[in-house]
Design a protein around this ligand. Structure first.
Ligand code: NAG
Ligand code: NAG
Ligand code: NAG
Ligand code: NAG
Ligand code: NAG
Length: 346
C-alpha cells in the first residue's frame, strides 16, 4: 500500500492550486475564527477521517490510515484532554464514517484500503461500537459484511429512528440504508450526483451525508458540490423526487464532510484547501478558518458541533494533516482535532 498510497498522494498533490473562496462577512465576529489544536496524533501518516460528538461531550474519531482504529477524546476542552484507543479492527485497515445512534452506541464503516479512494473489493463492513465513556473499554459487533459495497464514507442517523442509518458509497455512487439490528442493507438511491465525476483525478463522489428537515444532503468531492433529495420519516428517498444541487463551492478544490449548525448554515471541510467554509441558507459563503498556506486545519476531513452547554459554540474539526495535498507543496503533519470557537457566528 505504501507505494500506491504515495503515488495517489503525489497525484493529488498535483491538483490545481487552490483559489480563495469569495468572502462575504455580514456578521459581527471577525475572521478567521479562533482555532486551537486539542489533540494531535503521533505519526505523520495518521489520517483522522471522521468524528462523532457524543451527547456526553466526548469525541469519538475514526482513523483512515494506517490502521482501522477508533479513538476517543474525553474532556476535549480541558487543559489535558484524555485521548484513548477504543478499538482497532483486525479485518480492515481503514475506518471512515461514524455516527452515534443511541447514547454510547456508534455505527462505523471499515474496509481494507489500497489508496485514498480505492478499497479492496469485498472487504467493507458496518460495525456497531459500544462505549460507555470514562476510560471504559469498547465492544464491537459486526452489523453487516457488505460484499458489494465499495467506498462507504459518511454515515448518518435517521431522526427519530434508532434502528437504521443511511450511508453513502462514494465509488459506486449509492446511498445505502442499513438496518443496524437485522443487518439488512438496501440500496435506496442511485444517482449521478452521488458518483465520481468522469475523468476526475480523485475519483471520489459522495463523501459526507446528513439529514435535515426531510431532506438527505450529501457532499460530492469531485463535483465540489452539495446536493439533496426528499426522504420519508424512515429515511427512504421519496419516489420520483428530484436531486437538487444546494451549492457548488466555487473556488474550492474539493469538499470533504460537512455539517449544519443550529441556524441551518452549512460548515464544510474543503480538505485540499486547508479551510473550513460556511454556506448560508441564501448561498453566501466564506472561509472562516484556514488557508491553502496554513496548517491550522490542514487537510480537514470533517466538522461537528458541540452538544453540551460548555461547548455549544465549538466546532470540532478533524484533519489528515494535508497528506492529500501538502501545504506549500511539501508540508504535512499528523492528523489532529481542532476546536473552532464560533461564539457569535451562529
Ligand atoms: C491496507 O491493506 C491493503 C490491502 O491488503 C494494502 O494494500 C495496504 O498496503 C494496507 N495499508 C497499510 C497502511 O498497511
Ligand atoms: C503518542 O505517544 C505518546 C507517548 O509515547 C503516547 O502516550 C500516546 O498514547 C500516543 N498517542 C497516540 C494517539 O497514539
Ligand atoms: C467475500 O468475503 C467473504 C468473507 O471474507 C468470503 O467468505 C467470500 O468468499 C468472499 N466473496 C468473494 C466473491 O470473494
Ligand atoms: C455577498 O452578499 C451580497 C449582499 O448580501 C450579495 O448580493 C452577494 O451575492 C454575496 N456574494 C457572494 C459571493 O456570496
Ligand atoms: C507557505 O508559504 C507561505 C508563503 O511563502 C508562507 O507565508 C507560509 O508560512 C508557508 N506555510 C507553512 C506552513 O510553512
Amino acid at each position: 500500500m505504501a507505494s500506491k498510497f504515495a503515488r495517489l498522494v503525489g497525484l493529488m498533490g498535483a491538483l490545481a492550486p487552490a483559489f480563495a473562496v469569495p468572502t462575504n462577512n455580514s456578521h459581527q465576529v471577525s475572521l478567521p475564527l479562533p482555532a486551537r489544536t486539542i489533540v494531535q496524533m503521533n505519526q505523520t501518516v495518521d489520517f483522522v477521517e471522521n468524528i462523532a460528538v457524543s451527547g456526553s461531550g466526548d469525541l469519538v474519531v475514526t482513523l483512515f490510515h494506517p490502521t482501522a482504529s477508533v479513538y476517543a477524546v474525553e474532556k476535549p476542552l480541558s487543559d489535558s484532554p484524555i485521548m484513548s484507543l477504543l478499538h482497532t479492527f483486525q479485518d480492515a485497515n481503514g475506518t471512515t464514517g461514524i455516527v452515534e445512534i443511541n447514547p454510547g452506541i456508534f455505527v462505523v464503516a471499515t474496509a481494507f484500503y489500497q489508496g485514498l479512494a480505492t478499497p479492496v473489493a469485498n472487504t467493507t463492513s458496518f460495525w456497531e461500537l459500544q462505549w460507555g465513556g470514562k476510560g471504559l473499554p469498547a465492544t464491537v459487533r459486526r452489523i453487516d459484511h457488505a460484499p458489494k459495497a465499495s467506498l462507504v464514507n459518511g454515515i448518518t442517523s435517521i431522526p427519530g429512528l434508532k434502528s437504521a442509518v443511511l450511508a453513502v458509497d462514494g465509488a459506486l455512487g449509492l446511498i445505502y440504508r442499513v438496518n443496524v439490528i437485522t443487518g439488512v442493507n438496501q440500496v435506496v438511491l442511485d444517482a449521478t450526483e452521488l458518483k465520481p465525476v468522469p475523468g476526475s483525478q480523485l475519483g471520489l463522489g459522495a463523501n459526507g451525508i446528513k439529514i435535515r428537515d426531510g431532506y438527505v444532503y450529501w457532499s460530492n468531492t469531485d463535483a465540489v458540490s452539495i446536493y439533496r433529495t426528499l426522504i420519508d420519516s424512515k429515511g427512504y428517498p421519496i419516489r420520483g423526487a428530484k436531486v437538487e444541487k444546494v451549492v457548488t463551492i466555487e473556488g474550492a478544490s474539493g469538499v470533504d464532510d460537512f455539517n449544519f449548525d443550529r441556524q441551518g448554515n452549512i460548515w464544510a471541510a474543503t480538505n485540499l484547501d486547508n479551510t473550513v467554509v460556511t454556506i448560508k441558507p441564501d448561498g453566501r459563503r466564506e472561509v472562516v478558518v484556514g488557508s491553502p498556506t496554513e496548517l491550522t486545519v490542514a487537510g480537514d476531513t470533517a466538522v461537528a458541533f458541540g452538544r453540551t452547554a460548555a461547548d455549544k459554540d465549538i466546532v470540532y474539526v478533524t484533519t489528515c494533516g494535508a497528506v492529500a495535498s501538502p501545504v506549500n507543496g511539501t508540508i504535512t503533519e499528523p492528523g489532529k482535532i481542532v476546536a473552532i470557537d464560533a461564539k457569535g457566528y451562529y
